[in-house]
Design a protein around this ligand. Structure first.
Ligand SMILES: Nc1ncnc2c1ncn2[C@@H]1O[C@H](COP(=O)(O)OP(=O)(O)OP(=O)(O)O)[C@@H](O)[C@H]1O
Length: 325
């Protein structure tokens, strides 16, 4: 879907992005993660030609982005930035309608789409006549996302989209973001320096340093087979929590099946849920040593012994990794 081929960008004599290549398939989310100044934003902005590359080429659906005008290109690419970028003198309705209007949609269709997006992002109708400054940060961020999705573009570029929010709002919006049906088939490139955000949202993560992608892979690949010392060091402070977010609860089977669970200790969960999400679910409702999980995969109840889960996690991850280092 998106192919970036040996792309370089200089500012003065310095290469901000140096010979970067990667590919993303339809429906994948690639997160560019890295230190400040490593070239993440420059890479992202070259995809919608807000920054022009000096060398290399970028293809979307096998067509070079340089074979079309930047304006045509951007009509098919949603763009979300940390500062949200809502136009201050436009109402919320006008802000959301910008791209559909550019695409000359009918007035009624734009109206319908606006209401659909309000529902999708849990925003009240009353804000439609407000100006951006009258909204909270979290609401502005939701409107920014709604605006980017208004014309249902196949590609979404996001630059620190949750960066301006406090931690609680950030976590909540991130959770919504993960489950949004409207994002399921989108090809997304997201820039962040938040390691946990990257591991939560990315199918693929590209770790950038000094204008280059040091390693690109799934969260498991980065954690278990880092290809550079930089990658190991970059992730080291967060290692434990990342491994809990990467490990899936199904890896901790077999649990004991039970015919009937105790009703005050039940949680429904999918087999693909992470260990982190599962334990959070269990401990949020009842901090007990055992809990019952109903696996959505086979619809049976299992008794989960969290102590055993911890032991297995420790043996699999902590001991295994230490052996490798
Ligand atoms: N317009 C510009 N003019 C000159 N130098 C620039 C410009 N934009 C970026 N740079 C430089 O290019 C390098 C990469 O910047 P970029 O914004 O891509 O990094 P980043 O990884 O997104 O950083 P951050 O996480 O801090 O936003 C930095 O050294 C930056 O100072």
């Amino acid at each position: 879907m998106i192919k970036v081929e040996k792309v370089t960008k200089y500012f003065g004599n310095k290469a901000a992005v140096n010979d970067v290549s990667f590919e993303i398939s339809i429906g994948e989310t690639l997160v560019l993660l890295g230190t400040s100044g490593s070239g993440k934003t420059t890479t992202l902005r070259m995809i919608n030609r807000l920054i022009e590359a000096d060398k290399g080429d970028i293809f979307i659906s096998n067509q070079s982005i340089y074979s079309q005008s930047p304006e045509t290109l951007r009509k098919n690419i949603g763009y979300v930035i940390q500062q949200v970028g809502l136009l201050p003198h436009y109402t919320i309705a006008e802000n959301i309608a910008i791209v559909p209007k550019l695409l000359e949609w009918k007035k009624e269709d734009i109206q319908l789409r606006i209401y659909e997006l309000l529902q999708m992002f849990c925003l009240p109708e009353s804000i439609l006549t407000y100006y951006p400054s009258q909204l909270s940060g979290g609401q502005q961020q939701r409107v920014g996302l709604a605006r980017a999705l208004a014309a249902d573009p196949p590609i979404l570029l996001m630059d620190e989209p949750f960066g301006a929010l406090d931690q609680l709002t950030r976590n909540a919006i991130r959770k919504e973001f993960k489950t949004l049906e409207a994002l399921k088939n989108k090809t997304i490139v997201l820039v962040t320096h938040d390691i946990q955000e990257a591991f939560e949202l990315g199918n693929k993560i590209g770790i950038m340093d000094n204008g280059q992608i040091q390693q690109m892979g799934s969260s498991q690949e980065l954690l278990l087979t880092p290809s550079h010392d930089f990658v190991t060091k970059f992730l080291s402070d967060h290692r434990m929590i990342l491994e809990m977010k990467t490990a899936k609860i199904k890896e901790f089977f077999p649990f004991e099946p039970v015919p009937f669970p105790l009703l005050d200790q039940i949680e429904e969960i999918t087999a693909d849920a992470s260990l982190w999400d599962t334990l959070q679910k269990i401990t949020a409702t009842n901090y007990k040593k055992t809990s019952f999980l109903k696996m959505k995969s086979d619809n049976k109840w299992y008794l989960v012994d969290t102590e055993k889960v911890w032991q297995k996690f420790y043996i699999n991850n902590c001991l295994g990794n230490r052996d490798k280092q």
